[in-house]
Design a protein around this ligand. Structure first.
Ligand code: SIN
Length: 494
């Protein structure tokens, strides 16, 4: 890869200063003793060599966050809110550049990337407003001459490991409420997407967020991770990613009895009942399943349709899936970008092959497009039938593959939907209000979209049950996660 090609990727940005390859620690841009490559999955081109700061950099960042916590926790919530609002404004002023970084690093269609930046900024705005509403309570006590009250204290230094599928919004969804509550942060972004994280640090600095409050460290997870989980000053670990890594972090955090907030894998059922409109349900499935090429934790993983609607639903879906255009995210006509890398293509293809071997019918796609399109592409795929215990139905697909199963009664559907260790998001399409009550109560999921294919928002609680995670991001719940409840009893009043 020539220097000229590297430069041309950076030149997509209107503001070149957003292109950073060093870590941001204690308000300084820090070189590493090694580096790692970041590539564009749409064409395999090298984008940047990013500094790897190693365990030493992670220790430096934790120490900086720890020092900064002493002053940041004492700043007025109004002051924190004002700084966050300035960061929010700067992000909105730089939507196009931040979106370009996302598309370059992980491939999603540019308009989806722009949507992500606005979505990400909304968490900062919400949290800035919420900073002023972190309240305690007073309470009756049984002891004469006393008064009792609670306050909400910031938990301390928070270390977060963030994913590549939303390289901007999954950082702001964690950082904004944490900073609003008075915590300081160390972020370790996914190695595939450090540039988006570092650009957010540029804007945080420009917004005036004091040094040490927001640190971004890049490098090898095996070096950086243990520093974050073992440092006594780190009081909370936040993570979005796979259930396997979430369990590992939880075990590591247990020694220091650190709080964990984990947003892990899913296996979302998308249930379509006989009384639903098949065209509306098909639109919902396209939005849920093919967003970010199926690489979201809340993607519909198993479409479960009642027999009375299944044929019409399959026909409506087939029409839509055939029309989806895969391609480079910067091409305005692209609906579906590449997967994150070639191993992901191989993994998705293995799931599809296993489904075919289990008797499923491939109605559309069903193959890699790496040769045709020159990057980590997989054809938008529609599959029907097969066995609900095959890999495609049991594992998170994380690719543009929709698979449809048929089930007759409400009981059968609920049993099938809940037959998974995951419990993040579920979707239910029906127009029967009694059914909505019965079924939403029976589904073991943290979030349920009823006639709605997308559930995440700055004001709502995002998170799962069972092996899909612990804690909630978003809304007042997202801010509370970063606080400790403190109780005070004052005696000697009378
Ligand atoms: C995720 O996939 O983790 C986030 C999806 C969303 O916020 O909608």
């Amino acid at each position: 890869m020539s220097v000229a090609e590297l430069t041309s990727a950076a030149e997509r940005l209107k503001d070149q200063s957003l292109w950073q390859t060093k870590s941001y620690i204690d308000g300084e841009w820090v070189e590493g003793s090694a580096s790692f490559a970041v590539t564009n999955p749409a064409n395999n081109a090298l984008l940047a060599d990013v500094a790897d700061v190693g365990a030493a950099g992670a220790r430096q960042a934790v120490a900086a966050a720890s020092r900064a916590f002493e002053t940041w926790k004492k700043t007025s919530p109004f002051q924190r809110a004002a700084l966050l609002m300035r960061w929010h404004q700067l992000i909105l002023e730089n939507v196009d550049d931040l979106a370009a970084l996302i598309t370059l690093e992980m491939g999603k269609a540019y308009r989806e990337a722009q949507g992500e930046v606005v979505y990400g900024a909304s968490f900062i705005e919400w949290s800035a407003e919420e900073a002023k509403r972190i309240h305690g309570e007073t309470m009756a006590t049984p002891f004469p001459g006393t008064r009792g009250w609670t306050t909400r204290q910031p938990i301390g230094v928070v270390a977060c490991i963030t994913p590549w599928n939303f390289p901007n919004a999954m950082i702001t969804r964690k950082c904004a409420p944490a900073l609003a509550a008075g915590c300081t942060m160390v972020i370790k972004p996914a190695p595939e997407t450090p540039l988006s994280a570092l650009a957010l640090a540029v804007l945080a600095e420009r917004a005036g967020i004091p040094k040490g409050v927001f640190n971004v460290i890049c490098g090898d997870a095996e070096q950086l991770g243990p520093v974050m989980t073992e440092a006594p000053d780190v009081r909370m670990i936040g993570f979005t990613g796979s259930t396997a890594v979430g369990k590992l972090l939880m075990r590591q955090a247990a020694d220091g009895v650190k709080r964990v907030a984990l947003e892990l894998g899913g296996n979302a059922p998308f249930i379509v009942m006989d009384d639903a409109d098949p065209e509306v349900a098909a639109d919902g499935i396209i939005a849920s399943k093919y967003r970010v090429s199926g690489q979201t934790c809340v993607s519909a993983n198993r479409i479960i349709a009642q027999p009375g609607i299944a044929d019409a639903l399959v026909a409506a879906l087939q029409k839509r899936v055939d029309a989806l255009k895969p391609g480079d995210g910067f091409d305005g006509s692209t609906d579906i970008g590449p997967l994150i890398h070639h191993e992901a293509v191989e993994r998705v293809d293995a799931l599809v092959k296993d489904a075919r071997d289990s008797g499923a019918t491939i109605l559309a796609g069903g193959k890699p497009l790496t040769d045709e399109l020159g990057g980590a592409f997989y054809a938008p795929t529609l599959i029907e039938g097969g066995n609900p215990s095959m890999d495609l139905a049991c594992f998170e697909i994380f690719g543009p593959v929709a698979s449809i199963y048929r089930a007759e009664t409400e009981d059968e559907i609920i049993k099938l939907a809940n037959d998974t260790p995951y419990g993040l998001a579920a979707y239910l399409y029906t127009n029967d209000v009694t059914r909505i009550h019965r079924m939403t109560e029976a589904l073991e999921y943290g979030m349920i979209g009823v006639n709605a294919p997308m559930v995440g928002a700055a004001s709502t609680p995002f998170g799962g049950v069972k092996e899909s995670g612990i804690g909630r991001e978003g809304g007042k719940w997202g801010v509370e996660e970063f606080t400790e409840l403190r109780y005070v009893l004052l005696g000697g009043i009378e």
